[in-house]
Design a protein around this ligand. Structure first.
Ligand code: SF4
Length: 176
């Protein structure tokens, strides 16, 4: 196991007082810089920042960052959820490190697609079956990882197969 112990801090970001969103960070006693390259190879939607020696990721609308000596999350709904998320991220880093012989490390920096680029590949029916008022609204949520491709049932229709395939490659989000 790479990360055996860490100091956990949960707080409400001072820039957003009263927002009732929580952030948490684990301060590590080991350098996980090398793990970032394996996480970059395996986490869909992650963005590696070589200059900052960091990897950012969005999960369920939460903002996640891995640094050499720190793992952090923000925009979490409650304190307990923030703690659990950090525990899950520590576990993820450890599991990824354990599997490193099976993974080719990746130094690539990917760009997140813009909402407009996503929108252009959506069915554009504005049918609201994704619980969004328009396809563009869905694209905004998808770009922010607050929706998944599978939340648009129309994309599963054969006529949209090519667009669905392109979206899966572009947005790097899980399709389910
Ligand atoms: S379900 Fe799909 S097609 Fe319908 S509004 Fe949402 S994104 Fe557009």
């Amino acid at each position: 196991m790479l990360i055996k112990k860490y100091d956990l801090e949960v707080f409400t970001p001072p820039c957003d007082p009263g927002a009732e969103r929580y952030a948490a960070r684990a301060r590590l006693t080991v350098d996980i810089s090398e793990v970032l390259l394996y996480l970059n190879a395996t986490l869909r939607g992650a963005i590696y920042h070589p200059g900052a020696n960091a990897l950012t990721w969005k999960k369920g609308g939460h903002n996640i960052a891995f640094h050499a000596y720190e793992i952090a999350t923000s925009n979490v709904e409650d304190r307990e959820g923030a703690e659990q998320e950090i525990e899950g991220l520590i576990d993820l880093a450890n599991r990824t490190w354990k599997r490193r012989d099976e993974i080719k490390p990746d130094k690539t920096t990917r760009q997140r697609p813009t909402p407009m680029a996503i929108y252009k590949l959506l069915p554009n029916t504005n049918c609201k079956r994704c619980d969004e008022p328009t396809c563009y609204s869905f694209a905004l949520k998808l770009a922010a990882s607050k929706k998944k491709l599978a939340d648009c049932p129309i994309l599963g229709e054969p006529i949209y197969e090519d667009k669905f395939t392109a979206l899966k490659e572009m947005v790097l989000f899980p399709a389910e």
